[in-house]
Design a protein around this ligand. Sequence first.
Ligand code: AVJ
Length: 325
Amino acid sequence: MASIRIDNYLRDQGFFDTMAEDVRRGLTSTPKMLPPKYFYDDEGSELFERITEVPEYYPMREEGKLLDAIAPDVMRWMRPAEIVELGSGSSTKTRALLDAAVREDTLRSYIPFDVSESIILEAGEVLERRYPSLDLHGVVGDFQRHLDKIPEANGRRLVLFLGSTIGNMFAAQRIELLRDIRTLLGPEDYLLLGTDLVKDPSIIEPAYDDSQGVTAAFNKNMLRVINNGLDGDFDPEAFDHEAFFNHEEARIEMHLRPHTRQHVTLKKIDLEVDVSPTETIWTECSHKFTRERVSEMLEAAGLQLQEWHAAPGDMFGLSLSCAKG
Ligand code: AVJ
Protein backbone atom coordinates (compact mmCIF):
# COMPACT_ATOMS: atom_id res chain seq x y z
CA MET A 1 0.00 0.00 0.00
CA ALA A 2 1.35 3.38 -1.00
CA SER A 3 1.92 5.73 1.91
CA ILE A 4 1.72 9.51 1.79
CA ARG A 5 4.87 11.42 0.89
CA ILE A 6 5.26 14.89 2.43
CA ASP A 7 7.41 17.87 1.46
CA ASN A 8 7.56 20.45 4.23
CA TYR A 9 8.53 24.03 3.28
CA LEU A 10 7.70 25.54 6.66
CA ARG A 11 10.34 23.80 8.73
CA ASP A 12 13.04 26.27 7.83
CA GLN A 13 14.02 29.69 9.09
CA GLY A 14 11.59 31.09 6.52
CA PHE A 15 8.58 30.50 8.72
CA PHE A 16 10.12 32.33 11.67
CA ASP A 17 11.18 35.25 9.47
CA THR A 18 7.71 35.66 7.97
CA MET A 19 6.03 35.44 11.36
CA ALA A 20 8.47 37.94 12.85
CA GLU A 21 7.75 40.38 10.04
CA ASP A 22 3.96 39.86 10.02
CA VAL A 23 3.65 40.23 13.79
CA ARG A 24 5.89 43.28 14.02
CA ARG A 25 3.98 45.01 11.23
CA GLY A 26 0.59 43.92 12.56
CA LEU A 27 1.08 44.91 16.19
CA THR A 28 2.66 48.29 15.43
CA SER A 29 -0.10 49.35 13.02
CA THR A 30 -3.48 50.97 13.72
CA PRO A 31 -5.71 49.06 14.10
CA LYS A 32 -3.61 46.21 15.44
CA MET A 33 -3.99 43.09 13.36
CA LEU A 34 -2.60 39.58 13.06
CA PRO A 35 -2.96 37.46 9.91
CA PRO A 36 -5.41 34.53 10.15
CA LYS A 37 -2.83 32.03 8.93
CA TYR A 38 -1.44 32.04 12.48
CA PHE A 39 -4.58 30.32 13.76
CA TYR A 40 -3.44 27.05 12.33
CA ASP A 41 -0.77 25.42 14.41
CA ASP A 42 -1.55 21.78 15.29
CA GLU A 43 -3.81 22.82 18.17
CA GLY A 44 -5.52 25.52 16.05
CA SER A 45 -6.17 23.09 13.22
CA GLU A 46 -7.81 20.72 15.74
CA LEU A 47 -9.91 23.61 17.11
CA PHE A 48 -11.01 24.49 13.60
CA GLU A 49 -12.11 20.87 13.06
CA ARG A 50 -14.18 21.21 16.25
CA ILE A 51 -15.74 24.46 14.95
CA THR A 52 -16.98 22.57 11.90
CA GLU A 53 -18.92 20.30 14.29
CA VAL A 54 -20.75 23.00 16.30
CA PRO A 55 -24.39 23.40 15.21
CA GLU A 56 -24.09 27.13 14.41
CA TYR A 57 -21.19 26.74 11.97
CA TYR A 58 -23.07 26.11 8.72
CA PRO A 59 -20.43 26.72 5.98
CA MET A 60 -18.71 23.31 6.14
CA ARG A 61 -21.97 21.39 6.33
CA GLU A 62 -23.56 23.31 3.47
CA GLU A 63 -20.48 22.98 1.32
CA GLY A 64 -20.21 19.28 2.15
CA LYS A 65 -23.80 18.60 1.08
CA LEU A 66 -23.28 20.58 -2.11
CA LEU A 67 -20.10 18.67 -2.91
CA ASP A 68 -21.87 15.34 -2.32
CA ALA A 69 -24.61 16.46 -4.70
CA ILE A 70 -22.42 17.64 -7.57
CA ALA A 71 -19.41 15.32 -7.34
CA PRO A 72 -20.72 12.41 -9.47
CA ASP A 73 -21.77 14.63 -12.41
CA VAL A 74 -18.74 16.87 -12.32
CA MET A 75 -16.32 13.96 -12.16
CA ARG A 76 -18.13 12.14 -14.95
CA TRP A 77 -17.48 14.90 -17.48
CA MET A 78 -14.24 16.28 -16.07
CA ARG A 79 -12.33 13.02 -15.52
CA PRO A 80 -9.34 14.59 -13.72
CA ALA A 81 -6.07 12.68 -13.42
CA GLU A 82 -4.93 14.78 -10.50
CA ILE A 83 -6.55 16.73 -7.68
CA VAL A 84 -4.60 19.45 -5.86
CA GLU A 85 -6.25 20.87 -2.75
CA LEU A 86 -5.14 24.16 -1.20
CA GLY A 87 -5.81 24.36 2.55
CA SER A 88 -6.81 20.70 2.59
CA GLY A 89 -7.09 20.34 6.40
CA SER A 90 -8.62 16.98 7.27
CA SER A 91 -9.69 16.40 3.62
CA THR A 92 -13.06 15.15 4.89
CA LYS A 93 -15.29 16.97 2.39
CA THR A 94 -12.89 16.08 -0.39
CA ARG A 95 -13.78 12.41 -0.12
CA ALA A 96 -17.00 12.94 -2.10
CA LEU A 97 -14.89 14.23 -4.99
CA LEU A 98 -12.19 11.60 -4.61
CA ASP A 99 -14.77 8.79 -4.42
CA ALA A 100 -16.49 10.00 -7.57
CA ALA A 101 -13.22 10.54 -9.44
CA VAL A 102 -11.86 7.13 -8.44
CA ARG A 103 -15.11 5.59 -9.70
CA GLU A 104 -14.42 7.14 -13.10
CA ASP A 105 -11.07 5.38 -12.95
CA THR A 106 -9.13 8.43 -14.16
CA LEU A 107 -7.65 9.79 -10.95
CA ARG A 108 -4.01 8.96 -10.25
CA SER A 109 -2.92 11.43 -7.60
CA TYR A 110 -4.11 13.67 -4.80
CA ILE A 111 -1.93 16.51 -3.57
CA PRO A 112 -3.11 18.00 -0.25
CA PHE A 113 -1.46 21.36 0.53
CA ASP A 114 -1.77 22.79 4.05
CA VAL A 115 0.12 24.79 6.69
CA SER A 116 -0.17 21.95 9.20
CA GLU A 117 1.94 18.82 8.70
CA SER A 118 0.14 16.91 11.45
CA ILE A 119 -3.26 17.47 9.84
CA ILE A 120 -1.96 16.20 6.48
CA LEU A 121 -0.44 13.15 8.17
CA GLU A 122 -3.70 12.41 9.96
CA ALA A 123 -5.70 12.85 6.78
CA GLY A 124 -3.12 10.69 4.99
CA GLU A 125 -3.80 7.71 7.24
CA VAL A 126 -7.46 7.70 6.29
CA LEU A 127 -6.77 8.39 2.61
CA GLU A 128 -4.17 5.60 2.30
CA ARG A 129 -6.68 3.04 3.47
CA ARG A 130 -9.55 4.39 1.43
CA TYR A 131 -7.66 4.95 -1.83
CA PRO A 132 -4.87 2.36 -1.97
CA SER A 133 -4.30 3.00 -5.68
CA LEU A 134 -3.81 6.78 -5.38
CA ASP A 135 -0.44 8.48 -5.32
CA LEU A 136 -0.64 10.75 -2.24
CA HIS A 137 1.78 13.64 -2.11
CA GLY A 138 1.35 16.21 0.67
CA VAL A 139 2.90 19.67 0.57
CA VAL A 140 3.26 21.66 3.80
CA GLY A 141 3.47 25.32 2.88
CA ASP A 142 1.90 28.75 2.82
CA PHE A 143 -0.20 29.09 -0.31
CA GLN A 144 0.84 32.73 -0.66
CA ARG A 145 4.51 31.66 -0.94
CA HIS A 146 4.87 28.03 -1.94
CA LEU A 147 2.47 27.34 -4.79
CA ASP A 148 5.47 26.88 -7.08
CA LYS A 149 6.44 23.79 -5.03
CA ILE A 150 3.46 21.88 -6.34
CA PRO A 151 4.80 19.19 -8.69
CA GLU A 152 4.18 19.44 -12.46
CA ALA A 153 0.77 18.26 -13.58
CA ASN A 154 0.44 14.84 -15.06
CA GLY A 155 -2.78 14.83 -17.05
CA ARG A 156 -5.88 16.90 -16.36
CA ARG A 157 -5.68 18.74 -13.06
CA LEU A 158 -8.45 19.93 -10.78
CA VAL A 159 -7.44 22.49 -8.15
CA LEU A 160 -9.67 22.74 -5.07
CA PHE A 161 -9.85 25.77 -2.84
CA LEU A 162 -12.76 25.06 -0.54
CA GLY A 163 -14.23 26.21 2.75
CA SER A 164 -14.40 29.87 1.71
CA THR A 165 -10.79 30.22 2.83
CA ILE A 166 -10.46 32.81 0.06
CA GLY A 167 -12.85 34.95 2.13
CA ASN A 168 -10.15 35.34 4.77
CA MET A 169 -8.20 37.57 2.38
CA PHE A 170 -8.65 41.16 1.29
CA ALA A 171 -9.65 41.91 -2.30
CA ALA A 172 -6.14 42.60 -3.60
CA GLN A 173 -4.70 39.44 -2.00
CA ARG A 174 -7.56 37.37 -3.39
CA ILE A 175 -6.84 38.47 -6.94
CA GLU A 176 -3.12 37.93 -6.44
CA LEU A 177 -3.69 34.40 -5.14
CA LEU A 178 -6.16 33.54 -7.92
CA ARG A 179 -3.61 34.76 -10.47
CA ASP A 180 -1.05 32.43 -8.89
CA ILE A 181 -3.57 29.59 -8.96
CA ARG A 182 -4.17 30.35 -12.63
CA THR A 183 -0.52 29.53 -13.33
CA LEU A 184 -1.20 26.03 -11.98
CA LEU A 185 -3.89 25.50 -14.62
CA GLY A 186 -3.29 24.19 -18.12
CA PRO A 187 -5.88 24.73 -20.89
CA GLU A 188 -7.92 21.67 -19.86
CA ASP A 189 -7.71 22.22 -16.11
CA TYR A 190 -10.22 23.57 -13.58
CA LEU A 191 -10.48 25.39 -10.29
CA LEU A 192 -13.29 24.50 -7.90
CA LEU A 193 -13.68 27.38 -5.46
CA GLY A 194 -15.88 27.40 -2.35
CA THR A 195 -17.33 30.74 -1.22
CA ASP A 196 -19.71 31.50 1.59
CA LEU A 197 -22.58 33.72 0.45
CA VAL A 198 -24.13 36.89 1.84
CA LYS A 199 -27.19 36.11 3.96
CA ASP A 200 -29.03 37.28 7.06
CA PRO A 201 -26.55 38.26 9.81
CA SER A 202 -28.70 36.34 12.30
CA ILE A 203 -27.40 33.20 10.59
CA ILE A 204 -23.85 34.38 9.99
CA GLU A 205 -22.98 35.91 13.37
CA PRO A 206 -23.69 32.86 15.57
CA ALA A 207 -21.53 30.77 13.22
CA TYR A 208 -18.58 32.88 14.39
CA ASP A 209 -19.60 33.06 18.05
CA ASP A 210 -20.91 29.61 18.93
CA SER A 211 -22.52 28.91 22.28
CA GLN A 212 -19.92 26.30 23.25
CA GLY A 213 -17.14 28.86 22.90
CA VAL A 214 -15.10 26.80 20.45
CA THR A 215 -14.65 29.79 18.12
CA ALA A 216 -13.61 31.94 21.09
CA ALA A 217 -10.97 29.34 22.02
CA PHE A 218 -9.83 29.19 18.38
CA ASN A 219 -9.47 32.97 18.27
CA LYS A 220 -7.50 33.17 21.55
CA ASN A 221 -5.30 30.26 20.47
CA MET A 222 -3.62 32.59 17.99
CA LEU A 223 -1.98 34.42 20.91
CA ARG A 224 -0.50 31.09 22.07
CA VAL A 225 0.81 30.47 18.57
CA ILE A 226 2.51 33.89 18.62
CA ASN A 227 3.88 33.23 22.14
CA ASN A 228 5.37 29.93 20.99
CA GLY A 229 6.86 31.35 17.82
CA LEU A 230 8.30 34.58 19.20
CA ASP A 231 8.83 33.79 22.90
CA GLY A 232 5.99 36.09 23.91
CA ASP A 233 3.95 36.52 27.08
CA PHE A 234 0.43 37.20 25.80
CA ASP A 235 -2.15 36.01 28.35
CA PRO A 236 -4.84 34.60 26.03
CA GLU A 237 -7.38 34.49 28.87
CA ALA A 238 -7.06 38.25 29.38
CA PHE A 239 -8.81 38.74 26.01
CA ASP A 240 -12.44 38.46 24.93
CA HIS A 241 -13.56 37.05 21.61
CA GLU A 242 -15.63 39.44 19.44
CA ALA A 243 -17.30 38.62 16.13
CA PHE A 244 -19.70 40.80 14.11
CA PHE A 245 -20.96 41.23 10.57
CA ASN A 246 -19.65 44.36 8.86
CA HIS A 247 -22.45 45.19 6.35
CA GLU A 248 -20.48 47.72 4.34
CA GLU A 249 -17.70 45.24 3.63
CA ALA A 250 -19.92 42.14 3.60
CA ARG A 251 -17.70 40.32 6.05
CA ILE A 252 -17.50 38.84 9.48
CA GLU A 253 -14.73 40.35 11.54
CA MET A 254 -13.17 38.56 14.50
CA HIS A 255 -11.27 40.54 17.10
CA LEU A 256 -9.62 40.04 20.49
CA ARG A 257 -10.25 42.72 23.11
CA PRO A 258 -8.37 42.78 26.43
CA HIS A 259 -10.46 43.28 29.59
CA THR A 260 -7.63 45.27 31.16
CA ARG A 261 -4.59 47.03 29.71
CA GLN A 262 -2.04 44.42 28.58
CA HIS A 263 1.69 44.94 28.33
CA VAL A 264 3.16 42.27 26.08
CA THR A 265 6.79 41.40 25.37
CA LEU A 266 7.85 39.34 22.36
CA LYS A 267 11.44 38.50 23.23
CA LYS A 268 12.58 36.99 19.96
CA ILE A 269 11.77 40.12 18.00
CA ASP A 270 12.54 42.52 20.80
CA LEU A 271 9.08 44.08 20.65
CA GLU A 272 6.96 45.50 23.47
CA VAL A 273 3.34 46.48 22.87
CA ASP A 274 0.49 47.79 24.96
CA VAL A 275 -3.06 46.81 24.17
CA SER A 276 -5.80 48.88 25.76
CA PRO A 277 -9.41 47.74 26.35
CA THR A 278 -10.54 50.53 24.01
CA GLU A 279 -8.90 48.76 21.07
CA THR A 280 -8.79 45.26 19.65
CA ILE A 281 -6.43 42.97 17.82
CA TRP A 282 -8.14 42.12 14.54
CA THR A 283 -7.47 38.47 13.76
CA GLU A 284 -9.77 37.56 10.88
CA CYS A 285 -12.17 38.73 8.27
CA SER A 286 -14.41 36.23 6.54
CA HIS A 287 -15.89 37.82 3.43
CA LYS A 288 -19.27 36.70 2.13
CA PHE A 289 -19.94 36.76 -1.62
CA THR A 290 -22.63 36.74 -4.29
CA ARG A 291 -22.47 34.91 -7.60
CA GLU A 292 -21.72 38.23 -9.34
CA ARG A 293 -18.89 39.05 -6.95
CA VAL A 294 -17.33 35.63 -7.46
CA SER A 295 -17.58 35.94 -11.21
CA GLU A 296 -15.97 39.43 -11.16
CA MET A 297 -13.19 38.26 -8.90
CA LEU A 298 -12.42 35.32 -11.19
CA GLU A 299 -12.44 37.58 -14.26
CA ALA A 300 -10.02 39.98 -12.60
CA ALA A 301 -7.60 37.08 -12.18
CA GLY A 302 -7.86 35.82 -15.74
CA LEU A 303 -10.27 33.03 -14.91
CA GLN A 304 -13.68 32.35 -16.35
CA LEU A 305 -16.70 31.03 -14.49
CA GLN A 306 -17.94 27.80 -16.11
CA GLU A 307 -20.43 26.41 -13.60
CA TRP A 308 -22.10 27.87 -10.54
CA HIS A 309 -23.69 25.69 -7.87
CA ALA A 310 -25.43 27.16 -4.85
CA ALA A 311 -26.84 25.36 -1.83
CA PRO A 312 -30.60 25.82 -1.21
CA GLY A 313 -31.33 29.28 0.19
CA ASP A 314 -27.97 30.48 -1.18
CA MET A 315 -26.29 29.15 1.93
CA PHE A 316 -22.99 28.47 0.12
CA GLY A 317 -21.57 28.66 -3.40
CA LEU A 318 -19.23 26.53 -5.47
CA SER A 319 -17.80 27.79 -8.74
CA LEU A 320 -15.93 25.91 -11.44
CA SER A 321 -13.65 28.06 -13.53
CA CYS A 322 -10.80 27.71 -15.97
CA ALA A 323 -8.00 29.89 -17.27
CA LYS A 324 -8.99 32.33 -20.01
CA GLY A 325 -7.02 31.80 -23.19
C1 AVJ B 1 -13.27 28.19 6.75
C2 AVJ B 1 -11.09 28.85 7.26
C3 AVJ B 1 -12.45 30.21 5.93
O1 AVJ B 1 -13.81 32.06 7.63
O2 AVJ B 1 -15.27 30.55 8.13
C4 AVJ B 1 -14.16 29.60 11.27
C5 AVJ B 1 -12.32 29.97 9.51
N1 AVJ B 1 -12.94 31.34 11.49
N2 AVJ B 1 -14.56 30.27 12.34
C6 AVJ B 1 -14.12 30.93 8.01
C7 AVJ B 1 -13.13 30.29 10.72
C8 AVJ B 1 -13.82 31.31 12.48
C9 AVJ B 1 -13.00 29.98 8.27
N3 AVJ B 1 -12.43 29.33 7.09
